[in-house]
Design a protein around this ligand. Structure first.
Ligand SMILES: Cc1ncc(COP(=O)(O)O)c(C=O)c1O
Length: 409
C-alpha cells in the first residue's frame, strides 16, 4: 500500500502494479530502478511514450522548456492571451492528422478530458435529444461522460446511474453478423440517436478488431442519417496500428476526433479534440462551456510540437519498424497454444489465470514490464512496445512472455 498518495483504480487501498519498483531513470526502451536494474518497457509508459525515452528528443525538449522558463512563461492562460505556439501547434496537428475538412483543435489535458469535451460538442451540435451509441467493451476514459460511454466500465456506471438510460451498448463488430447487426440497428433507430462514440480497435479490454470496410460503411450511414460520430484514437493514434492514425486509411471521416497519449510522448498532460467544419458551423451561436486552467499549457504545446516533428522526421523508420514488430510478434505467437491478437505495435495474449499477477511479477523479475487487461470475461497481457524498439529485443521478450504464459493459462 502507498503511504501518502492514493490510487483509486480498484479501491482506496490499492497498491501500484509493481509495488516494489522504484524507477529512477529511463533510456531508449528501458526503465532503470534505484538499484540500476533495467526493465524493458513493453507498455510504452501507459501507451503514451511511443518514441521511447529518447535522449535526442528530450534534449530538444529541454532546450525549448528552458527557453519558455527563461522567458517566464511555462504557463499562459489560453482563454486570455495569444501566443504563436497555439497557432503553430494546432496547424501542425491538423496537417499531421490530414483530414481536409478538420480546421479546429481544442487542447485538453488527457484522453478523458478529450472525450468529455467531444460528448459536449456532439450533444450541443446535434440539435436533438436521444440516445448515445457505443461498443460493449470499449473504454473512453474516466470522467463522467467517458465513463458512461465506456462499455468496459458499464458496471461502475451502474453505481453512479449516470446517463445510464441514454446509452446503447452494441456488440463490437468483430464478425460479419455483428457488423450487420450494428448497421441494421442504426437504420432502424436513427431518429432516436444523437451520436455514436467509437474506438476503432478495442484496446483496454484486450485487443479486438473490426475492419476498415465496416468503419467506412458505419461512418457513411451515420453521416447520411445525421448522427454525429466521435472517433476515439487516444490509444490507436500516432502509428500504433501501423498508420499515422486508424482513420488515415479510411475513405469516410468522423465528425469529431479525440487524441491524447502519444501526442507529446507523455512529456506533460496533453490531449486534443479536432472537429469538422460542419460541427464548427453547428456550434455557432450555441452556448457551450468547456475550459480548464491548464488547457493549452505552453510546455504541453512545445512538447507536442517537438514530438510531432520527430514523428514526421522518422516516419519511414517508424513504419518499417512497426511492421517488423508486428511480424516478430506473430512469428513467435503462432508457435504457442495461447489465444492472441495483434495489430501494428499492439498485441494481447489471453491468459485466464487467477495467478496472472504472479506471472507479471515473474516477468518483472527478469526485466520485462507489461500491461494487464481484463474485460470481465477474459484476462491477459497487453503489449504496447515502444515503436522504435529493435525487433530482436522485442522478439526475445515476447518469447519469454509466451513461454511463461503457457504455464499459467
Ligand atoms: C481509447 C481511450 N480513450 C480514452 C482514454 C482515456 O485517456 P486518459 O487516460 O489520458 O484520460 C484511454 C486511456 O487508456 C483510451 O485508451
Amino acid at each position: 500500500m502507498n503511504s501518502g498518495y492514493t490510487l483509486l483504480s480498484g479501491s482506496v487501498n490499492s497498491s501500484t502494479l509493481y509495488s516494489d519498483l522504484i524507477v529512477e531513470s529511463a533510456i531508449n526502451f528501458e526503465l532503470i530502478d534505484i538499484n540500476k536494474k533495467r526493465y524493458y518497457d513493453l507498455r510504452s509508459g501507459l501507451w503514451n511514450v511511443s518514441l521511447g525515452y529518447d535522449e535526442n528528443l528530450y534534449s530538444d525538449v529541454i532546450r525549448c522548456f528552458s527557453d519558455l522558463l527563461g522567458r517566464g512563461i511555462p504557463y499562459l492562460d489560453i482563454q486570455s492571451y495569444k501566443n504563436p505556439l497555439y497557432e503553430e501547434v494546432s496547424k501542425k496537428l491538423l496537417d499531421f492528422v490530414g483530414i481536409e475538412d478538420f480546421k479546429k483543435v481544442f487542447f485538453t489535458n488527457s484522453g478523458s478530458e478529450s472525450m468529455e469535451l467531444a460528448i459536449k460538442i456532439a450533444q450541443k451540435s446535434c440539435g436533438k435529444n436521444g440516445k448515445i451509441v457505443t461498443f460493449n467493451d470499449s473504454y473512453h476514459g474516466n470522467f463522467f461522460g467517458g465513463m458512461a460511454v465506456s462499455g468496459l466500465d458499464a458496471l461502475i456506471n451502474n453505481d453512479y446511474s449516470l446517463l445510464k438510460n441514454n446509452i446503447i451498448y452494441l456488440p463490437f463488430p468483430d464478425n460479419v453478423e455483428k457488423c450487420q447487426y450494428i448497421i441494421d440497428y442504426i437504420e432502424e433507430n436513427y431518429q432516436d440517436i444523437m451520436f455514436f462514440v467509437m474506438e476503432p480497435i478495442i484496446a483496454s479490454g484486450g485487443l479486438n478488431f473490426s475492419n476498415s470496410n465496416f468503419f467506412n460503411k458505419l461512418l457513411k450511414i451515420l453521416k447520411e442519417r445525421n448522427i454525429i460520430s466521435i472517433f476515439d484514437e487516444v490509444a490507436t493514434g500516432f502509428y500504433r496500428t501501423g498508420n499515422r492514425f486508424y482513420l488515415t486509411n479510411l475513405e469516410e471521416k468522423p465528425d469529431i476526433l479525440c487524441l491524447s497519449k502519444s501526442i507529446n510522448n507523455g512529456i506533460t498532460p496533453l490531449g486534443a479534440v479536432l472537429f469538422s467544419k460542419e460541427i464548427e458551423r453547428k456550434l455557432i451561436r450555441k452556448d457551450i462551456e468547456h475550459f480548464s486552467t491548464q488547457n493549452g499549457n505552453l510546455l504541453g504545446m512545445v512538447s507536442a510540437k517537438i514530438t510531432i516533428d520527430y514523428f514526421i522526421k522518422y516516419e519511414k523508420e517508424i513504419f518499417y519498424n512497426v511492421n517488423l514488430l508486428e511480424k516478430s510478434f506473430n512469428k513467435i505467437a503462432v508457435q504457442y497454444n495461447l489465444k492472441y491478437k495483434s495489430k501494428g505495435a499492439m498485441a494481447s495474449i489471453e491468459i485466464n489465470s487467477p495467478h496472472l499477477l504472479n506471472l507479471i511479477e515473474e516477468l518483472k523479475n527478469i526485466g520485462v514490464l507489461v500491461y494487464i487487461y481484463s474485460d470481465g470475461r477474459n484476462n491477459g497481457i497487453t503489449l504496447f512496445p515502444i515503436l522504435t524498439m529493435t525487433a530482436e529485443k522485442y522478439a526475445s521478450c515476447v518469447n519469454i512472455i509466451f513461454k511463461k504464459g503457457l504455464h499459467y493459462a
